[in-house]
Design a protein around this ligand. Structure first.
Ligand code: SAH
Ligand code: SF4
Length: 363
């Protein structure tokens, strides 16, 4: 007998095609789909509006799998970090950040990251592999399961481990599942994909999906950004900002620019001035992220006073700027601190920039 496959590892198109090949009526596709992603069943037996014969056939070919967090850490501020062990023993993390209005889940897209940003812990580890769309979506499903029906995840941000647009196809498929009303049914403006600046993939992404985009800027000159976010050597600031200007966007939407403040590196008012100039003509808002230190980090967090001075400079010039308070620092769950259990087994590797900026790798 052929090996049974995880049904959620199929893309929507593949699932539809399989049922079609079996001669199943078209509307059954939607039913199966809803059982898997909306009702989150654990077996085909629970798919009560399907015939026994179809359920048996599905079970003959497929399994219904679910990821279960291997560990959960709770921060003093209520942030929760979920560790997932993957089938090949790799692991990734997701972070739930609750506040009065929202339950935001920050998810990972790769084991490690190839972009090698000099201020990011994930970046020091190199890339081990891409996550499948199943492994990306299932982080949301698994955390939702753990929360129970009373507490809904309202927002999803692709800001965990990995560069989402470097795992393009799987990220696109996962976003489709998150926003499909027959699947997880999240609103398009509650899903944000963050990129370090892979320009061609960014433009392609914008043509396919209209969820929110965040761009990690962090440096205001090429000289600085080449060091902080090495993919800048491939797609420099001029190219990146032109792509942001050309980015296909619905009216009233904005691009979020993330700016991690590094003490004495990019936190001066000269930087703020250059930042404003870069953003000219782009519907933008800025998220200022205080640097989260980690053991061995090369940079330091700037003083709160410096950060607020930077913010005020932007606000006074009518640039919307929020300070993103770092949540979950005590459990290494804040931006740039995710590493899962990777580094215990791996010698850090730093890819060349050409490699880091290469075309998206599929699956
Ligand atoms: N790879 C994507 C998304 C994940 S990183 C990207 O780079 O955009 C999410 C955000 O955390 C990015 O804006 C990144 O610049 C920032 N970041 C990385 N390391 C950080 C650290 N140690 N402290 C604060 N922010 C950090
Ligand atoms: Fe990768 Fe983002 Fe970290 Fe850069 S900041 S190394 S792109 S995860």
């Amino acid at each position: 007998m052929e090996q049974r496959r995880n049904i959620k590892a199929l893309t929507l198109a593949q699932l539809g095609q399989t049922l079609k090949d079996w001669g199943v009526e078209g509307f059954r596709f939607e039913q199966v789909f809803r059982w898997l992603y909306q009702k989150d069943v654990a077996s085909f037996d629970e798919m009560s509006n399907l015939s026994k014969a179809l359920r048996a056939k599905l079970a003959e070919h497929f399994t219904v799998e679910r990821m279960i967090p291997a560990a959960v850490q709770v921060s003093d501020d209520g942030t929760r970090k979920f560790l997932f062990q993957l089938s090949d023993k790799e692991s990734v993390e997701s972070v739930l950040i609750p506040n009065e209005e929202r339950q935001t889940l920050c998810i990972s897209t790769q084991v490690g990251c190839a972009m090698a940003c000099s201020f990011c812990l994930t970046g020091t580890l190199g890339l081990t592999r891409n996550l499948s769309h199943y492994e990306i979506v299932e982080q949301v499903m698994a955390v939702q399961r753990a929360l129970g029906p009373e507490t809904r995840i309202t927002n999803v941000v692709y800001m965990g481990m990995g560069e989402p647009l470097h795992n393009f196809d799987n990220v696109v498929e996962s976003v489709r599942l998150l926003i499909d009303e027959k699947a997880l049914n999240l609103s398009k403006n509650k899903v944000t994909v963050s990129t370090s600046g892979l320009v061609p993939q960014m433009l392609k992404f914008g043509e396919l999906l209209d969820v929110k985009l965040a761009v990690s800027l962090t440096g205001t000159t090429d000289e600085m950004r080449d060091v902080l976010i090495p993919v800048n050597r491939k797609y420099d600031l001029k190219t990146l900002m032109r792509a942001c200007r050309d980015y296909p966007m619905k009216r009233r939407n904005r691009i979020t620019f993330e700016y991690t403040l590094l003490k004495g590196v990019n936190d001066s008012l000269e930087d703020a001035k250059r930042l404003i100039k870069l953003l000219q003509g782009i519907p933008a808002k800025v998220n200022l992220i205080p640097f989260n230190e980690y053991p061995g980090s090369l940079y330091r967090r700037c003083e709160d006073e410096t950060m607020f001075r930077f913010q005020k400079y932007l606000l006074d010039r009518h640039v919307q700027a929020n300070v993103r308070t770092s949540r979950g620092r005590d459990i290494l769950g804040a931006c740039g601190q995710l590493k899962a259990a990777m580094e215990q087994r791996r010698v850090p590797k730093r890819p060349r920039v050409s490699e880091a900026g290469s075309a998206p790798t599929a699956n």
